[in-house]
Design a protein around this ligand. Structure first.
Ligand SMILES: *Cc1c(COP(=O)(O)O)cnc(C)c1O
Length: 354
């Protein structure tokens, strides 16, 4: 039986995407060939890449606004250094909202001065800093829209007079935003878009070309842009499967439609967390993520009982990250309201039993 998969990443994808991707491994579009054995320079694969790029820009409302989409390798973690390599001339500002932001800061320091504009480290990253000042003269400001580990999400982005770079790995395509406020958006595919192996990088082209240093080809955005994301062999299966997910999302009604479902799922779980005396939410209420709900048991001795009940109900992947403990329910786009309801049922069953 298919489980309710709350895993934080790699994670759930739509069942029809699993089916279609499996079929394409065996026989891609009745071509007599597998998607993973055809040339990435073939007409058929170039069409896949173009469709994936176009869908990404279309779903973000960025068509015709000077942006291009790349599907690169090396995970979001490579973007931590690539963004700095390509844009950090002297000084950049970073908002530190958790482990992923901290990793981005560490990499950027190799290329120039890094100002930590704001941080929520003082409270183990359970909130999003607000009301901070942004110094002038920065090459860019970097932020993490959704903190996968801590379950917080930026609702209002800083207003800046330089490019705003955003790591959207765990909430891309999940909610409506003015995406044109960002100079670069990047996201590892494996949280809300596809299998691990590719990273979507959406770039406003006119922010590039402003640093003096030499950049190795594979780490140079302009090289990848010049070759339409085909500078070297792209991760063909990850790009194809991501394209299928983006097609699924478009058919569903796009970001606006999925955002509405995501709100419903989040409301359902957070109201249980707030009403059930056996559970306590980790993140500050106003900063709660719609993608990753973090919570703990108020009575740790119930852990084994709760874990067993979850397993019996087919619930997978709800263990919290070691830096927070407790539980984390990741509810990415492909998760149904029914699956969230199944978890909520187990939580209220525990209250009845305890
Ligand atoms: C998972 C995650 C990453 C790391 O992604 P990789 O593709 O494994 O490098 C970076 N940032 C955020 C917000 C994440 O959730």
């Amino acid at each position: 039986m298919k489980k309710h998969n709350f895993s934080a990443g790699p994670c759930i994808l739509p069942q029809e995407v699993f089916n279609e991707a499996s079929q394409a491994i065996l026989d891609f579009d009745n071509s007599g060939l597998s998607i993973i054995e055809i040339s990435h320079r073939s007409k058929a694969f170039i069409a896949v890449m173009e469709e994936a790029q176009n869908l990404a820009l279309e779903l973000l409302g960025l068509e015709g606004k000077g942006y291009k989409a790349l599907f690169l390798q090396g995970g979001a973690s490579t973007q931590f250094l690539m963004a700095a390599y390509n844009l950090l001339q002297s000084k950049a500002g970073y908002i530190n909202t958790g482990s992923w932001s901290a990793k981005a800061i560490k990499e950027a320091k190799l290329f120039g001065d890094v100002v930590e504009i704001a941080s929520s480290k003082d409270a183990n990253f359970n909130y999003i800093p607000k009301g901070y000042e942004i110094p002038s003269g920065l090459d860019y400001v970097h932020c993490t829209s959704n903190n996968t580990i801590f379950g917080t999400q930026i609702k209002e982005f800083p207003k800046v007079d330089c490019p705003l770079i955003c790591d959207m790995s765990s909430d891309i395509f999940s909610r409506e935003l003015d995406f044109s406020q960002f100079g670069i958006i990047y996201a590892g595919a494996q949280k809300n878009m596809g299998p691990a192996g590719t990273t979507l990088v959406v770039i406003k082209e006119d922010i590039l070309g402003k640093v003096d240093r030499q950049i190795p080809s594979m780490l140079d955005y302009q090289v990848h842009l010049g070759k339409d994301s085909m500078f070297n062999t792209p991760p063909v299966f990850a790009v194809y499967t991501s394209m299928l997910t983006l097609k699924w999302l478009k058919k569903l009604g796009g970001v606006a439609a999925i955002a509405e479902q995501n709100e419903k799922k989040a409301k359902l779980i957070y109201s249980e967390i707030d009403l059930n005396p056996l559970f306590k939410g980790f993140a500050a209420k106003e900063d709660r993520s719609t993608m990753n709900a973090t919570f703990t048991l108020t009575d740790e001795s119930l852990k084994e009982t709760f874990d067993t009940m979850c397993a019996e109900a087919g619930i997978n992947g709800v263990n919290g990250h070691r830096s927070v403990g407790g539980y984390r329910a990741s509810m990415y786009n492909a998760m149904t309201l029914e699956s969230v309801a199944a978890l909520v049922d187990v939580m209220s069953d525990l209250e009845r039993k305890a």
